[in-house]
Design a protein around this ligand. Structure first.
Ligand code: PEP
Length: 248
């Protein structure tokens, strides 16, 4: 039985004070849950939010990690720095990074490897655009994104990693994949892992992301291959995010 994971992605939103208030509301309101809960916060607020979450079970996540270990990479933040700030998870290959900042499959694979070198659990985001879905290329696109990382890191690396299926057409658009559409791709992802290792396929958490809201979370999380959610917009509202956390 896989443990569920609900992860908020605050993206580039809010001030320090707003972030602290949100984290405080989550820490105070979570209550007892069996699933893991985490929030991926802007780099500059990691230490502040870490302090607020210190006494709570909510884990700290980053939204990206450098593809190099250290050195002359102005503007980047290394996995060692994130580990230093108490980060447990880091997103890698979020579609906004891929589409606006040119993160290629190869660079995403390097980020994944760098995170793991510092014992940070990478959350590998994969997913197709609307155009790719309409061309019936969903499986192909997801497979390529996954394979590049498997080739670079090895299948064993997925014993300590999370995968997030995030159809790009569903992110921030209010359009959610139906429970069945999401399950179909989650199952396919698990099969790709199972081709190399059944044990790891059985264990790896695969999250769904793309306009998860309190009113659609339950149906999605009830699907057999959906192990939780990566939640963007709805994670900025404490009440709604807590409802999602309790939808597992
Ligand atoms: C995301 O940021 O990964 C995401 C899924 O956003 P939203 O929930 O707003 O679609």
């Amino acid at each position: 039985m896989r443990q569920s994971l609900i992860m908020g992605n605050w993206k580039m939103n809010g001030s320090r004070e707003e972030g602290q208030q949100l984290a405080k509301a989550l820490a105070e309101g979570l209550g007892s849950v069996n699933q893991e809960v985490a929030v991926c916060v802007p780099f500059v607020y990691l230490s502040d939010i870490r302090t607020v979450l210190a006494a709570s079970p909510i884990a700290l996540g980053a939204q990206n990690v450098a593809d190099q270990a250290s050195g002359a990479y102005t503007g980047e933040v290394s996995a060692a720095m994130l580990a230093d700030c108490g980060v447990k998870y880091s997103l890698v290959g979020h579609s906004e990074r891929r589409s606006y900042y040119g993160d290629s499959n190869e660079s995403v694979a390097k980020r994944f490897v760098q995170a793991q070198k510092q014992n940070i659990i990478p959350v590998l985001c994969v997913g197709e655009t609307l155009e790719e879905r309409e061309q019936n290329r969903t499986f192909q696109v997801v497979e390529e994104q996954l394979d590049t990382v498997i080739d670079a890191a090895g299948i064993e690396a997925f014993a300590n990693a999370v995968i997030a299926y995030e159809p790009v057409w569903a992110i921030g658009t209010g359009k959610t994949a139906s429970d069945e559409q999401a399950q179909e791709v989650h199952k396919y992802i698990r099969q790709q892992i199972a081709k190399r290792s059944q044990a790891i396929a059985d264990k790896v958490q695969i999250l769904y992301g793309g306009s998860v809201k309190p009113d659609n979370a339950k149906g999605l999380f009830a699907m057999p291959d959906i192990d939780g959610g990566l939640v963007g917009g709805a994670s900025l509202d404490a009440k709604g995010f807590l409802q999602i956390c309790h939808s597992v």
